[in-house]
Design a protein around this ligand. Structure first.
Ligand code: B83
Length: 319
């Protein structure tokens, strides 16, 4: 009997500290009108004493509570993040320890804003080849890599985490996918460079570890490469599309380019900002909670991530 994978539970967790555009306008030379008109963002959540593993652990605990599954049943935990607590141990291992999922192997995936889509694709293969239950979480504390003196990027990003339980199923729910990368455009979006402090190391001109983006280049990338990828995966009867929440205008432009009505594109950058690998699972769980999406409904959705690497990818699945 063929074993397929299905999403059986979703959950999310964001820091309590909500930061409005108005508050930011008292901290740097910006305004609510400037930010919301150009990005669609009105507020974001910023940690005051939590790291990425803390946010992801909260998501893991909520997934287990909501599903009544025990941590000991988990076969694997994958965390997609570009802002891990450490180089090692992985965030996934920290989560595994915090919830005592002693049977689960655990690892992180670094694919920036495509991370959740990459991780979900890998998890689906693990279930298809025999694993029974896995956890896939996208989690970020981007506030620790932002240059808070750069008002063009500081206003964009937020912290948060969200994830799903993936379990074995007799029915097929994953129907198509396309994951891509282009390392030759790697420098268009960078963050977290680790400077070698060795006495043997020659000085480099590499910049600080702050998040840096070439807005024009990545905007063009989103309208060209991401649009092409999405157009190859989307089907006529898709109910909803959940894209990485980078910028309101990108979503509007892509909807026109692939000729899919704008109202099929769900959004939540208004109150989360850009949360990189967490943006798609945050949108997924919020949409399940508000009833737009329903697990077990057989609704057909597309998830599309795109970001640093450069990486991008789409998955077509039913709930
Ligand atoms: C992202 C992305 C594109 C591909 C992959 C990931 C991401 O931000 O996560 N983002 C953008 O393309 C993007 C987002 C915000 C921008 C931006 C690009 O800047 C430009 C957009 C068009 C042309 C030139 C630059 N900013 C828009 C400006 C305000 C600034 C944010 C606060 C107007």
């Amino acid at each position: 009997m063929e074993q397929y994978a299905k999403i059986s539970c979703t959950s999310r967790y964001v820091p309590e500290n909500k930061v409005s555009n108005q508050l930011l306008s008292t901290m740097m030379d910006t305004s609510d009108e400037w930010i919301s008109s150009r990005t669609g963002i009105q507020a974001r959540n910023i940690v005051t004493d939590e790291n990425t593993s803390d946010l992801c652990t909260k998501v893991a605990e909520k997934l287990l509570t909501k599903s009544a599954k025990k941590a000991s049943e988990l076969d694997f935990i994958i965390v997609a993040t570009m802002t891990p607590d450490y180089g090692t141990p992985s965030v996934a291992c920290l989560v595994q320890g915090n919830i005592s999922a002693t049977k689960a192997f655990a690892f992180d995936i670094s694919a920036a804003c495509s991370g959740f889509v990459y991780a979900l694709s890998m998890a689906e293969k693990l279930i298809r080849t025999g694993k029974k239950l896995g956890m896939v979480i996208g989690g970020e504390t981007l506030s620790k890599v932002i240059d808070w003196d750069d008002r063009t990027t500081a206003v964009l990003f937020g912290d948060g985490a969200a994830g799903v339980l993936l379990e074995a199923s007799n029915e097929q729910h994953f129907f198509n996918e396309k994951l891509q990368a282009d390392g030759q455009r790697a420098k268009s979006l960078t963050s977290g460079y680790v400077q070698n402090q060795s006495p043997f190391y020659k000085e480099t001109s590499e910049s600080l570890g702050y998040l840096q983006m070439n807005g024009r280049d990545i905007y063009d990338f989103s309208l060209k490469d991401v649009t092409k990828n999405l157009s190859e995966i989307v089907e006529e009867d898709v109910d909803y599309l959940l894209l990485h929440q980078a910028n309101k205008r990108i979503i509007e432009k892509i909807s026109k380019k692939i000729n899919v009505p704008r109202e099929k594109f769900l959004t939540n950058m208004e109150h989360n900002g850009n949360t990189s690998a967490a943006s798609i699972p945050l949108l997924l769980d919020e949409s399940v909670e508000n009833g737009v999406l329903e697990l077990g409904s057989n609704q057909k959705i597309v998830l599309t991530g795109y970001g640093g690497g450069l990486t991008w990818g789409s998955i077509l699945l039913t709930l």
